[in-house]
Design a protein around this ligand. Structure first.
Ligand SMILES: *Cc1c(COP(=O)(O)O)cnc(C)c1O
Length: 434
C-alpha cells in the first residue's frame, strides 16, 4: 500500500478502508493537523489531460497555470514542468513564478489593480502586462518610457458573457470590475489608444469569464466574440495579435457523481468555432487557456482532527481544529467541499462540521449525512488543492497549517507549520519605546 493509494481511497468515499485510515493516520501523526496534503501524481495527470485535449486540435497553443489557485513553489514547479507557463495576479505571484524557475518573459500578469511598484517590477522582469483599464495603460506607457524599455501588453476584455457560475466568481458579466468592455467600442478604443502611446508593444487579447464553470456554452460564446474582435482590430486598426487568451475557469466536480465539462469537452466544443473564425480572420493567433483550479484542486485535501462532538436541541456539531482561517471557501462563497470521516462507517446522520473560529459563520460543512465521529477522529475535506491554503490566515491567532506533498510513498513537507513566534514576529517587542 502506498500513501497515494490511501489518499485515493479517501477521495473515492472509502475513508473507512484500512489503507485510507493508515495513510491519514500516519500523515496526521507525523505532520499534525490541520494539514494540507497534495498528491503530485494527480497534478501531473490533470496537466497531461489538459494537454492531450488541446494539443492535437490547436497547433498554435499556449497553456498557462493561474498561480493564485496554489502558489506553493513545489506545486508551481510541478505544473510548470508539465509544459505550462505562469499566469499571475500580483508582484508576489511574479516572484513565486520566478522562484519556481520561470523566466520573467514567460509570465503573464493580470490584475485589475496594479500598483506603480508592481508595474515597475513587472517591466524590469519583462513580464507581459495584461492591462485592465486606460488609466493603467497610461501608467504602464509612462513607466516603460522612464525605464527605457518596451512594455509587452495585452488587454483584458470584458466580453459580456455570463457562464452561469457563482456570482462572486463570475467575472465576464457587464457589472464585473474586470477588464475593458467589448460592447460600446471601449475595447477597440483601448487598442487604438495603445497604438499611439510610446514604449508599448501590443501582443494579444485576453479575457477570463469566471471560475468553476461546468459547461462549454459560455466559452463558445466568448471564443466567437473574442475572435470577431480580433477581426475588428485587423480590419479597422491593421493589428494582428499573437494570441487570444480565453482565460481559465474550468470547473471540477464538487459532489460524488457530478458530471462537469472536461478539458476534452471544452477543446472539442471550441475547435469548430476556432477554425471557422480563424478562417474569417485570415491568420491564426495562438489559443491560450489558463486554468488554476482544474490543475490542482483535486490533488489536495485538508485533514483536520475532531476536538469534540455536541448535540444541541437543534443540530449535531462536529467541532474540528480547522476553520475558515484554514479553508475559507465555504464561508466566502458557500462552497461545499465533500467531507470524509476517516475510519468510521456507521449509520449516516445529519451533521454540521464546525470550525474553531469564534464566528457564527465558521461552518465548514452544513447539513451533511455522515457517520458520527468521536473526538480524536480525523476528517478530510476534499478538493482543497486550489484556493485552500493560499486563502488561509492567522485569524484568531492560530498559526498557519502545514502543507505536505505526497509522491507515491514519499512525503515532503513543502511548507512547515506556522509557529506562535511567527504570529508575533512583525510586532514591536513588548515594552519597547513607543
Ligand atoms: C483566477 C484566474 C484564473 C484561474 O481561474 P480558475 O477558476 O482557477 O481556473 C485564470 N485567469 C485569471 C485572470 C484569473 O483571475
Amino acid at each position: 500500500m502506498t500513501l497515494r493509494e490511501g489518499l485515493l481511497r479517501v477521495r473515492a468515499g472509502e475513508a473507512a478502508h484500512p489503507e485510507a485510515v493508515a495513510a491519514l493516520t500516519r500523515l496526521a501523526a507525523e505532520h499534525g493537523t490541520p494539514l494540507y496534503v497534495y498528491d503530485a501524481e494527480t497534478i501531473r495527470e490533470k496537466a497531461r489531460a489538459l494537454r492531450a485535449a488541446f494539443e492535437p486540435r490547436f497547433p498554435r497553443l499556449g497553456l498557462r497555470y493561474a498561480l493564485k489557485a496554489n502558489t506553493n513553489v513545489e506545486i508551481v514547479r510541478r505544473v510548470l514542468a508539465e509544459g505550462l507557463a505562469p499566469e499571475v495576479v500580483s508582484e508576489g505571484e511574479v516572484r513565486a513564478a520566478l522562484r519556481a524557475g520561470a523566466a520573467g518573459r514567460d509570465v503573464l500578469f493580470t490584475s485589475s489593480s496594479k500598483s506603480p511598484s508592481e508595474i515597475d517590477f513587472a517591466l524590469r522582469h519583462d513580464v507581459l502586462l495584461n492591462i485592465d483599464n486606460l488609466d493603467e495603460l497610461e501608467q504602464v506607457s509612462a513607466a516603460a518610457t522612464r525605464l527605457g524599455t518596451t512594455a509587452r501588453i495585452s488587454f483584458r476584455i470584458n466580453p459580456g458573457v455570463d457562464p452561469d457560475t457563482l456570482h462572486q466568481i463570475n467575472t465576464g458579466i457587464p457589472e464585473s470590475k474586470f477588464g475593458v468592455h467589448l460592447d460600446g467600442g471601449h475595447a477597440r478604443a483601448a487598442y487604438a489608444l495603445a497604438r499611439t502611446l510610446p514604449a508599448l508593444a501590443i501582443t494579444g487579447v485576453h479575457c477570463h469569464i469566471g471560475s468553476q464553470i461546468t459547461e462549454t456554452a459560455g466559452y463558445e460564446k466568448t471564443a466567437r466574440r473574442m475572435l470577431a474582435f480580433a477581426r475588428e482590430l485587423k480590419e479597422e486598426l491593421g493589428l494582428t495579435l499573437s494570441f487570444v487568451d480565453l482565460g481559465g475557469g474550468l470547473g471540477i466536480p464538487f459532489a460524488d457523481g457530478q458530471a462537469v465539462m472536461t478539458p476534452e469537452d471544452l477543446a472539442r466544443a471550441l475547435k469548430p468555432i476556432w477554425d471557422e473564425e480563424v478562417a474569417l480572420l485570415g491568420y491564426e493567433p495562438e489559443l491560450w487557456i489558463e486554468p488554476g483550479r482544474y490543475l490542482v484542486a483535486q490533488a489536495g485535501l485538508m485533514v483536520a482532527r475532531v476536538n469534540s462532538v455536541k448535540t444541541t436541541p437543534v443540530k449535531t456539531f462536529v467541532n474540528v481544529d480547522a476553520g475558515f482561517n484554514t479553508l475559507m471557501r465555504p464561508a466566502l462563497y458557500g462552497a461545499a467541499h465533500r467531507v470524509r470521516i476517516v475510519g468510521r462507517d456507521g449509520e449516516p446522520m445529519l451533521l454540521d462540521v464546525a470550525g474553531d473560529v469564534c464566528e457564527t459563520g465558521d461552518i465548514l460543512a452544513e447539513g451533511r449525512l455522515l457517520p458520527r465521529p468521536s473526538a480524536g477522529d480525523l476528517v478530510a475535506f476534499l478538493d482543497a488543492g486550489a484556493y485552500g491554503f493560499v486563502m488561509a490566515s492567522e485569524y484568531n491567532a492560530r498559526p498557519l497549517p502545514a502543507e505536505v506533498l505526497v509522491d507515491g510513498d514519499h512525503v515532503r513537507v513543502v511548507r512547515r507549520r506556522g509557529t506562535f513566534e511567527e504570529l508575533f514576529r512583525s510586532e514591536p517587542e513588548v515594552g519597547s519605546p513607543p
